[in-house]
Design a protein around this ligand. Sequence first.
Ligand code: ADP
Length: 464
Amino acid sequence: MRIVFAASEVLPFAKTGGLADVCGALPVELEAAGHEVSIIMPYYKEVGVKKVFNDRAQVDVIGQDIKVYFIKHKAFFGRSSLYGDNMNDYPDNLERFAFFCRQALELLKEIGKPVDIIHCHDWQTGLIPLLLKAPYAGEAFFSATRTVFTIHNLAYQGVFPKEEYAKLGLEEKFFNDSQVEFYGKVNLLKAGIVFSDYVTTVSPQYAKEIQTREWGCGLEGVLQSRKGRLAGILNGLDYERWNPERDVFIDPAFSARDQLAKKIHREKLQKVAGLPVLADIPVFGFVGRLCYQKGFDLIEGAFEELMHRPIQLVFLGVGEKKYQELLKKLARKNPQRFAALVRYDEDIAHQVYAGADFFLMPSVYEPCGLTQMIALRYGAIPLVSGVGGFLDTVSDCGVNKKQGNGFVLSSYSVSGLLEALDRALGLYNQKEKLAALIAQAMDCRFTWQSSVKHFNEVYAACRS
Ligand code: ADP
């Protein structure tokens, strides 16, 4: 099939989170499975690709022959960040991404090769399925084109005041509560969900959760109405990129059968984080966006208790000011035990995964989560809350004695966190058991190949 990905961030060109990992890796796997794949994304300042495709797009290639087209618009995309500055979204995000969606379709017409599937990702591309069902509906070029819409995080919906609806250039009739309207506002994620031919999300568990009142973020009814065409397909991990046996960011290499170097990495991490280099104290790592989702209220609530335990914690992340300040404050309170590295740093991220004994992810909700998969691959045993993609990837080693690979909090609470952490500390002192668990964790695989099988079924269903 001829498949086009439309996304607001794609590795290696621009990244703020897991969306970029997915949109960089999945096309390559689809190409390997025999599809003809291309990608369209905005031409941000940081992209820097020199090759011009035409006056509206630059172009590059990834994989064997995946053309990546970058939509140009200096005023919209030539900015310092992707979505906002100083922790605020850019005020013209609706215009920026509506422009991107329309230009993506225009570009496809210019390229002139009919497309079977446009695979859209998150609210920034939510307008594409609607454009194809409405203003572009009569166009012969798109008559056989179907759309798949993947929700990477339901909490980010692209909601704008109703006055902005006019900027979408759509007929008034779509602004109703079963289509684009959401409590009197414009909701671009909802447009993607309603108008696409198939909706997917990033784990089977999250697909169930988003249809409930608790986790549906107000869209549970719309999602339930699409349940016959809603699939939860677990994200894969790029095991070429995340491989402690061949990782350019870390030296020496290590593997499930030869874990000795993990000690060296723990020491290096303690140095990088500015913590005292202590030999026998477990290090708990965290890498991620600093936002409510990632469970910082638990970390704050448990802080005093955590400091009574023989552990060190290293947090690497950027995000909301409130959480950046919180982490810095906690680090000031106990600089011997708590390190806050408030930045985006690929190199240090690899060092955290390699050097941490345990990996802390007490998320409030988690659509899929890649960091726990990466942590597993690097032998940092994950401690996760019992939600979303965690339940599809981490199995508690106390419950599942044979195939467990981590610790799952019994409840989202300070006591749940401390209880899991104490069990982890108990294991840390049983060196043989710990080594066996690390080996088991490092051997876990969540491959794109198995996800591709599901996507093939989804693409086929769209066309039947
Ligand atoms: P989300 O999509 O919610 O941001 P994921 O767990 O799916 O979270 O993916 C996060 C990705 O971003 C991982 O590849 C992680 O290593 C990376 N990442 C997040 N924050 C940072 C940071 N501060 N420095 C380097 N890499 C980061």
